[in-house]
Design a protein around this ligand. Sequence first.
Ligand code: FES
Ligand SMILES: [Fe+2]
Length: 393
Amino acid sequence: MLTREENELLTRVGRGTPCGELLRRYWHPVAAAGELTEQTPIRPVKILGEELVVYRDKQGKYGLVGEHCPHRLASLAYGRVDEEGIRCPYHGWKFDRTGKCLEQPAEPAGSTFKERIKHVAYPVEPLGGLIFAYLGPEPRPLLPRWDVLVWENGRRWIVKDSIIDCNWLQPMENSVDPAHLFWLHGDTAHLARRVKKYAERHEFIVFEFGINKRRTSLPVGTGEASLTDEHPLLFPTTLRHVAPYEDGRGHRHNLQIRVPIDDTHTQVFRANFVPSDIEKSPADAPVPFRYSQLKKGSRDYDLRMVSAQDSMAWETQGPVTDRTQERLGVEDEGIIILRKLLKEQIENVQNGRDPIGMIRDPAKNRIIELNVINERIGLYRPASLTQDRAIAS
Ligand code: FES
Ligand SMILES: [Fe+2]
């Protein structure tokens, strides 16, 4: 149980709020690269409470600028792009990706007015089929090269879910809540066959990028062995895990990134990678993208889908769940550890220190392979695709 003040501290994402300032120290995806095409090169996006537009210019470079034009606040989402940047649809002011105003067509020739205009702009970097943005102070950390985004020997694709109507911390608490797998997802076809009875032990180990969660399924009959399932929460907004693929014939490695849109809405992006000796996903190849609709209307969830089961649980906890009312038990140890870690990182930022997980050395960022084991589906050691099968650097 938290006090009202603690609940506010750990959940609010706006600029100037303690948690909002912490979240701005990390890179967040704002779009799938596959969403920005020649036909639709501009998309409005809201992230951490800020209204922005992400675009791909005619050179193929990405930019992220404030949605509302600094002239008279019309939306740049309806603007046009050229080789240099983005132009407002209303009176044609043009901006580059640093927020510099390049043109003000209706101002007199020789006017220096445009030199006094600096539009909101943030750095963006594409990786693994996602466009990541950094909204924090300089010097910015490196964009982490998580294995799923960088591996080349196999097939990668991106899924963007319909927007989740709740605060970002609810999905993240779910990522350190291993007991829910059996109860919330246990009737789902591919899981139901494997798990007969609830008998589990859970451990949570804080490491340099977040919290490693280890679930041990204990034997419930004679002749059965205990099975380990271990994977990390990558602080602050990502779950890295592995699921069976094609009826258990393969492994689908997965990053689920829960991007805070504002205090009560969250956008989930999922990057998937299935290792394969035949298919290749070179770093510069387009990454297929699809959209996933989790519900048709309010409370009308497609509960055959694991992701819809999760979003049902998160949304029904409330827009920002009232943690003054909850009753945590022994099984909620992971949630308590996550909240403590989050509070410590907020304090680190407030005291002028780096929070956990900042990568500043490129040598440590060539590829970050994570500790993912799932003995229930036949993955017995962390998957390394770089030891025996080289990737291009
Ligand atoms: S409102 Fe954008 S140019 Fe006038
Ligand atoms: Fe779940």
